[in-house]
Ligand binder design. Structure first.
Ligand code: MOS
Length: 729
């Protein structure tokens, strides 16, 4: 189905199932620990052996020699694969560094070998007997030291279009020089790690030249493509299965070493092989969010109109890698005639930097929204009013492009009202609750809505139920549930009459899970397939499809009526493809984030006291699962503001705190009270469901709101995240 004109009334607008706060269909499986994750698939591929990956002990250099003798002789060892016996391997564009290194080493803990043994313990023990002689080479591990040699690279989302290295609109320099009120500040965000619950894990099995991988992956079709390229076999020979995923947060957008090494280990051992990355391997073997240095300059008139906006960001990555696109939202979020946006990329020999939890906007808004707070203070304006004054309904750098729908002002206004913003004292350090200095902070939230094609297959089973098959993934987000809601709505059946099967590359290719594009696009694809199924059902029953009504498991046309079971076996496959609406309109999602903190006056300890997010993201398909997404994202925002910091050893080039003891994330006790409000809106430009993504919106801005609340509480402006207590005293 081509979506190239705004949606009008359609079966989704009947809203019997869609738009309702529905419990997660997979909830009981998840909460009872019975959802089978990749590593637990004992039911597939009998005679599974265990693989353990040996990672490089140096960050840069070369392997002189590998001595496998002791490891090979260790109990239970079946095979050891290194680059020397792996056979020829290609390299997919998705992977900056090779998934199997040797003899060159590109980063610390890069996979060098897999040891396959009868048990996990045997594989791990033998892996530690692999002797490697390295020639260490000097590496670049310090972003600050590499900044001067970092060229502007613009922005490349990986799949999307590439923006110019330095984007300009109007005359920033002139306007900034002439502005009566100015801010010029530098902000820093550290390297961060995804820290999802389920480690990367894969079971690989070969049947002749056909490879099946039960794995944990957000983007099934990308994984098939990249493994086929790396193994240099046809795509048709690779099957990926990933029905349950214990969180990804971007770390599983692309297959990692567990998948390739399991495949190589299985081929060599002639047995299925299962591999999980140990927690300590994840942080250095896989990807992370790169640290940023962000220089922001704002100029405004005395009455608070922005006239000059510059956002320049520096981050680093391995040779051939990409930047953290921290300034991306600054092109779009506020009005202002003169603008300069630059994204610069230094070369570093740290592990690969890549997408993590709203790449770009999450760290970008942590800088921009503090800059907006600082500017409001200089102007003597309320920070909510300052943002509203600089709202825009068009893309400021391409004013002919309107927003499909934009109500950021509504989010900020309603949020201020519900949060009790009027009680805030704009002068810092004035509110006290015992030993606690109390402050409130606000930030706007902004994240783009990406439309992407997505397909599904649907059929009527013998009992008149609906079966949906698509390679869409559910990374804990609620995909199963919203897809079932969509199919139930369009086919006119109760929710429990829909069976959704996901995450298998033998199903039609869906949007996958990433960039908050999963929900809106995958349900649009299911909508398209179901609309086609309605035609197939009508044809099978000999009904006129134009006036056939689907409701209560029945199809009615004129004075004729039948059950869906009468049309059992009817099936359809279709998907959504978007026309030019996305080019004509800017599509984004908006929020107002409000945070209250207490800061211990004696120790500098920060406690978040309450949080509110008001979100505008088109139709909310399932307010319950969407709320869960947003509160999870708000929690990540608190982590980014106060705790998360993957510390670089600048001598040896690795992340030191490579586990959940040293890499801190918020726990329940850190987050006492969160509230989420969705504005009641439908965006007919966004797609047939008039829905947009919302998950990552929940993180974008939160860190800035926390920082602003801390400033309001204490009068201390920290521009260097995370805001730990040592920075406050
Ligand atoms: Mo998200 S970081 O695009 O999985």
């Amino acid at each position: 189905m081509k979506f190239d004109k705004p949606a009008t009334t359609n079966p989704i607008d009947q809203l019997k199932v869609v738009g309702k706060p529905t419990d997660r269909i997979d909830g009981p499986l998840k909460t009872t620990g019975t959802a089978p994750y990749a590593y637990e698939r004992h039911d597939v591929a009998s005679d599974q052996a265990y693989g353990y990956i040996v990672g490089s002990a140096i960050a840069k250099g070369r392997i002189n020699a590998v001595d496998l003798a002791a490891a090979k002789a260790a109990p239970g060892v079946i095979e050891i694969v290194t680059w020397q016996n792996a056979g020829p391997l290609g390299k997919s564009k998705s992977h900056t560094a090779k998934l199997l290194a040797g003899p060159e080493i590109e980063h610390y803990d890069q996979a060098i070998a897999i040891v396959v043994a009868e048990t996990f313990e045997q594989a791990r023990a033998a892996a530690r007997m692999v002797r490697i002689d390295y020639a260490r080479a000097p590496g670049r591990f310090d972003l600050d030291a590499q900044i001067k040699s970092a060229p502007p690279v613009g922005e490349d989302s990986g799949e999307g279009s590439h923006s110019p290295p330095i984007a300009r609109h109007g005359d920033f320099d002139g306007a900034f020089a002439a502005a009566p009120v100015k801010l010029d500040a530098v902000y820093r965000t550290p390297d961060q790690s995804h820290a999802m619950m389920e480690p990367h894990a894969t079971i690989a099995a070969w049947e002749g030249d056909k490879l099946t991988l039960w794995t944990s992956n957000q983007m099934i079709a990308w994984g098939v493509r990249d493994l086929a390229q790396t193994l240099m076999i046809p795509k048709e020979k690779v099957r990926l299965v990933s029905p349950y995923i214990g969180g990804g947060f971007g770390s599983k957008l692309w297959v990692r070493a567990d998948a390739l090494m399991a495949a190589l280990g299985a081929r060599a051992a002639k047995r299925p092989v299962k591999v999980a990355l140990a927690r300590a391997q994840i942080m250095n073997n896989t990807t992370h969010r790169p640290a940023t240095v962000q220089h922001i300059r704002l100029g405004a008139t005395k009455d608070g109109k922005l006239t000059a906006i510059a956002h320049e960001s520096w981050s680093g990555d391995l040779p051939g890698g990409g930047p953290e696109t921290a300034p991306s939202q600054t092109k779009l979020i506020y009005a202002g005639a003169n603008r300069l946006i630059a994204t610069r990329l230094a070369t570093l020999d740290l592990p690969e930097g890549n997408a993590m939890r709203a790449p770009g906007e999450a760290p970008g808004m942590m800088a921009l929204e503090v800059a907006m707070d600082e500017m409001a203070e200089k102007l003597g304006m309320d920070p909510v009013a300052f943002r509203i004054l600089n709202d825009t309904q068009v893309d400021p750098m391409k004013p002919e492009r309107r927003y499909s729908m934009r109500n950021m002002t509504g989010c900020l206004k309603l949020g201020a009202e519900k949060f009790g913003w009027a009680k805030r004292n704009p002068k810092p350090g004035q509110m006290r609750d015992g030993n606690w200095l109390v402050g409130m902070g606000v930030a706007a939230g902004f994240r783009n809505n990406i439309t992407t094609k997505s397909a599904a297959r649907v059929r009527i089973d013998d009992k008149g139920g609906i079966v949906v098959e698509t390679d869409m993934t559910d990374i804990g987000t609620g995909s199963y549930t919203i897809i079932a809601q969509t199919a139930a709505e369009v086919m006119g059946v109760p929710l429990d009459q829909v069976k959704v099967t996901l995450g298998d590359s033998s199903f039609p290719e869906a949007a996958g899970s990433g960039g908050q594009w999963g929900a809106a696009n995958s349900t649009a694809g299911v909508y398209a397939a179901c609309m086609k199924l309605r035609e197939a059902v009508a044809a099978k029953l000999g009904f006129n499809s134009a006036d056939a009504a689907f409701t209560g498991g029945r199809v009615t046309s004129g004075n004729r009526s039948a059950t869906l079971a009468d049309a059992a076996g009817s099936s359809a496959e279709d998907g959504i493809e978007y026309g030019d609406l996305g080019k004509t309109y800017q599509q984004s999602t908006f929020a107002g984030h409000f945070v209250e903190v207490g800061v211990d006056a004696w120790t500098g300890t920060v406690r978040v006291r309450r949080m509110l997010a008001v979100c505008a993201a088109g139709r909310i398909i399932n307010p319950k699962s969407a709320r869960s997404q947003v509160i999870g994202a708000m929690t990540m925002g608190v982590g980014a503001a106060l705790m998360e910091h993957a510390v670089v050893d600048k001598r040896f080039g690795f992340f030191v705190n490579h586990d959940l003891a040293g890499y801190e994330v918020p726990v329940h006790a850190d987050i006492p009270h969160q509230e989420v409000i969705f504005l009641d809106e439908t965006d007919p430009i966004a797609g047939p469901l008039k829905a947009k993504g919302v998950g990552e919106l929940g993180i974008c801005g939160v860190g800035g709101a926390v920082a602003n609340a801390i400033y309001n509480a204490t009068g201390v402006r920290v521009r260097d995240y995370p805001i730990t207590l040592d920075k406050l005293i």
